[in-house]
Design a binder for this molecule. Structure first.
Ligand code: AP5
Ligand code: MG
Length: 219
């Protein structure tokens, strides 16, 4: 029998390291990265109708409504780019989204292989969030403590000036964390019951977290 496709969900609280690990996973396994947060930020920067709607929620740290988010993922997941495997970063985030994903993956015959849950302590998360810097041009992500750019305030890849994400304030982080506890955390149990969940300790160094993810995927 051929090996099952790497159709993966990456979950975890804000700042757990989903984006960081996504980069490593997609570059090792050549699968398609789908980050709903990145899609929304791109729509916001292009000022599309979707961006204008999403901005009002994201800036407050609230989740974008399920119907909007599910529609966004639906088209992408059925796309040819996901035929060899996909990595969902930050989706699903509610039970309604998870049920919709379940139905969709059955319909398009791209079943979920594993759900990686990155666990991290809340005190560490806030530190990571306030010291994160991103490149507004190419999207590269840095951290003033754990992943410094070569030149202060400048992207290593395209030399643009680094900025802080608009929702990386302490106040917005608290709302994001509340949303995580109330709406997203129940998914841990949801996927545990389906036998898909793999817990990974996100407090380790970046390459050790990655190593544990690969082990959890059996690859
Ligand atoms: P999204 O962009 O998904 O944000 P998030 O879930 O809050 O998570 P982050 O991107 O902040 O953290 P991360 O886990 O990716 O960590 P990272 O690797 O960057 O969503 C943003 C918003 O969009 C939501 O609030 C919501 O409004 C909306 N949205 C998105 N999806 C939605 C959905 N499905 N439904 C409804 N609304 C949705 O790491 C953080 C920092 O820590 C970096 O600086 C990094 O360098 C550093 N770091 C990472 N790992 C380590 C490590 N092991 N050791 C030390 N430092 C580390
Ligand atoms: Mg992220």
């Amino acid at each position: 029998m051929s090996e099952q496709k790497l159709n993966i969900i990456l979950m975890g609280p804000p700042g757990a390291g989903k984006g960081t690990q996504s980069e490593l996973i997609v570059s090792k396994f050549g699968i398609k990265h789908l980050s709903t947060g990145d899609m929304f930020r791109e729509a916001i920067s292009k000022q599309t109708p979707l961006g204008l709607e999403a901005k009002s929620y994201i800036s407050k740290g609230l989740l974008v409504p399920d119907s909007v988010t599910i529609n966004l993922v639906k088209d992408s997941l059925a796309n040819d780019e996901c035929a060899n495997g996909y990595l969902l970063d930050g989706f699903p985030r509610t039970i309604v989204q998870a049920d919709a994903l379940d139905e969709l993956t059955k319909k398009i015959q791209r079943p979920i292989f594993k759900v990686i849950n990155i666990q991290a302590d809340e005190k560490i998360l806030i530190e990571r969030i306030v010291s994160r810097r991103i490149c507004p041009n190419c999207g590269a992500s840095y951290n003033l403590k754990s992943k410094k750019p070569l030149v202060d305030g400048e992207c290593d890849l395209c030399h643009s000036k680094l900025v802080q994400r608009a929702d990386d304030t302490e106040a917005s982080f608290k709302t994001r964390l509340d949303a995580y506890h109330q709406q997203t955390q129940p998914l841990i149990d949801y996927y545990q019951k389906k036998g898909l969940l793999v817990n990974v300790d996100g407090l380790q160094e970046i390459d050790k977290v990655f190593n544990d993810i690969c082990k959890g995927l059996g690859r």
